[in-house]
Design a protein around this ligand. Sequence first.
Ligand code: SAM
Ligand code: SF4
Length: 332
Amino acid sequence: MSDRILMDNFSRRVDYLRMSVTDRCDFRCVYCMAEDMEFLPRQKILTMEEIYQLAKSFVTLGTRKIRLTGGEPLIRPGIVELCGRISSLPGLRELCMTTNGSQLARLADPLFEAGVKRLNISLDCLDPKRFRELTRTGDLEQVIKGIDAANRAGFCNTKLNCVVMKGRNDHEINDLVSFAIDRNLDISFIEEMPLGAIHEHSRAESFYSSAQVRERIAEQYTLIDSAESTQGPSRYWRLAEAPQIRLGFISPHSHNFCATCNRVRLTVEGRLLLCLGNEHSVDLKEVIRRYPDEPEQLEKAIIDAMKIKPYQHNFQLSDDVQIVRFMNMTGG
Ligand code: SAM
Ligand code: SF4
């Protein structure tokens, strides 16, 4: 196991890597993608072997947690095998995945066996018609079957992710809480982030704050502020009526969590993004392709990249596109 660590210029230890394994997706969620998206050609994206080699270098440099995401990670061929290889890297504590759940009915068991420890599953509403509207192509029943398959496969601490939009799904907040309680799942409510240009709705108009979500929940449940925190943007609460589950609130419009930020993101093009809300990045695909047999070159590039990790992001509440990357390119 490695005793090396990655440190940025603000003395923050970076030990969490989110890797996007594809920019493609079987859904077209209205807050994430435009309806007619162009995806990257194959030669521009990292091969599965390159993704593995990058994961290995990060773990050598002290990364303890990796989350695979996308796009939809489960639609990339070879994903289960990749999970098996990454989860076996000595020193890695946790391999997690964020998924839309559409493929879980088929893949929950193999993923669990491949060493994936935890899943975040996106679920924005429980009405099949509205689910189709928000995802443009998604089938709610298939996703719920996937969630149940994950529970049966043995995944623990599974978390639902819900992006709340005023007038679209805010009236389903308490139904989602009750769904989470019934299945013993944590649930996080996310404020929409201004990533990528969309025309389907006005992000400023559909903004629904975490404080508003808590007000809604307080109409039916007793919320208890919990001191629990990860180093991420979530703040956690519990319910007096169902203390076994956690409620997270992800408020990217506040930047209180930047001081303890421990994460970086790798796009499927091999670009290392040092901050979700800034463009500071380093092209690691170029390095891995130029020096395919010299992992020390890749490690040096990763160590050097830490020097440009910005202190914080600053999203504004408006419809101006502040970051041109879409979330599927960013690896949410
Ligand atoms: N396809 C997988 C999924 O949906 O879970 C993984 C990738 S998706 C980009 C990761 C997470 O980002 C999802 O929970 C999704 O709801 C969230 N997301 C996408 N676009 C967003 C936006 N503009 N603001 C906030 N969250 C967003
Ligand atoms: Fe696909 Fe996830 Fe984006 Fe929805 S949020 S379009 S499921 S990548």
